[in-house]
Design a protein around this ligand. Structure first.
Ligand code: 13P
Length: 348
């Protein structure tokens, strides 16, 4: 890479890792979005998905807490009611537009219960098109399951290889890669098991990134927090989770990586904020990278439930979205307090 290209990537990274802000993942694939709509009785059509994304991008003050928003391919081509492209609405607010570029996880042949993420074929061309449309960063999610005899080293290495290949292509195209290896919360595994698997996965991912000459300064890691499985009989305290998570990263994530932005993975909004906040309080000044959020459900869920597909509920849904984003902005600074859950700012 030449110096100019590196400087551009670093500029985008600096905008995304603003000290008071984090990322909003609004890149649910059509099937994931439809599943969430179905659960709330919202029609599963392109127009309703457009309306919902319009609600999100037009939320007043969203840019106070959100530095970048990850879009899905359908959304990057859509406009809000007045005809402005969604991507331009984000840019006008100073929110950096990003794009999900993986094509989803499919079963990994001969490895029951494991998955591999697809989407490398033709990716260079797609990235060039997204850059031309205004995207400045991208996302690729790999999925790792914990269960009986899994994950296997094959699943970990194959996913790590693909993540690294994607990351190189992004940097070549001028987009900052968000590298997302997600160890899922499903199952009854312990926090210790999640810690061991996350450790192994991160080592494999960084080895692959190193082997393929990814520039660490021009990427962001999007990992899971280290958590007990959703069905685990032991649900560890916020401080135990915070310590296990940051200690795992201190061992596995090079200091040259500028930032870590968590996925929420199915935690409640409040827990996700509390855990991120605790990490900042307990590891203040001890972390070499920025530590922030890149949540979908833990920001959007209350807004989606309030909206229910009804135009009359847009204003209240936007207040709830603003509020969750703000709680996470506070957590990202170690300033979050559970009492804030009741403070829906009324300037809206
Ligand atoms: P959640 O925060 O809902 O886990 O989604 C984040 C994400 O972008 C998953 O790829």
């Amino acid at each position: 890479m030449n110096r100019m290209e590196t400087a551009d990537l670093k500029k985008t990274v600096a905008l995304l890792l603003h000290k008071q802000k984090g990322l909003l993942a609004m890149d649910e694939s059509t099937s994931t979005c439809n599943k969430r709509f179905e659960a709330l009785g919202i029609p599963q059509t392109e127009e309703y998905r457009r309306k919902y994304r319009e609600l999100i991008v037009t939320t007043p003050g969203l840019e106070e807490s959100i530095s970048g928003a990850i879009l899905f391919d359908e959304t990057i081509n859509q406009s809000i009611t007045d005809g402005t492209l969604m991507i331009d609405v984000l840019k006008q607010k100073g929110i950096v537009p990003g794009i999900k570029v993986d094509e989803g996880a499919v079963p990994l042949d001969r490895f029951p219960g494991e998955k591999i993420t697809e989407g490398l074929d033709g990716l260079g061309k797609r990235l060039a098109d997204y850059y031309a449309k205004g995207a400045r960063f991208a996302k690729w999610r790999a999925v790792i399951n914990i269960g009986e005899g899994i994950p296997t080293i094959t699943a970990i290495k194959t996913n790590a290889y693909n993540l690294a290949r994607y990351a190189v292509l992004c940097q070549q195209a001028g987009l900052v890669p968000i590298v997302e290896p997600e160890v899922l919360m499903d199952g009854n595994h312990s926090l210790q098991q999640c810690s061991e698997v996350t450790h192994q996965v991160l080592h494999a991912v960084f080895n692959a990134l190193f082997d393929q000459h990814v520039e660490f300064e021009g990427m962001i890691l999007k990992p899971n927090m280290v958590l007990p499985g959703l069905e685990s009989p032991v649900q560890d305290s916020i401080d135990v989770v915070a310590d296990a998570t940051v200690n795992c990263f201190l061992r596995c994530v090079p200091a040259a990586v500028p930032g870590i932005a968590f996925l929420s993975g199915g935690q409640s909004g409040q827990l996700a904020s509390e855990r991120l906040n605790a990490m900042h309080i307990r590891f203040k000044d001890k972390m070499p990278w920025e530590l922030t959020f890149s949540f979908s459900r833990a920001i959007q869920q209350p807004a989606l439930e309030a909206w229910k597909g009804d135009d009359n509920n847009v204003a209240i849904a936007q207040k709830l979205l603003y509020h969750r984003a703000w709680c996470n902005s506070m957590a990202r600074q170690g300033l979050y307090k559970p009492e804030m859950e009741k403070e829906i700012p009324d300037q809206l």
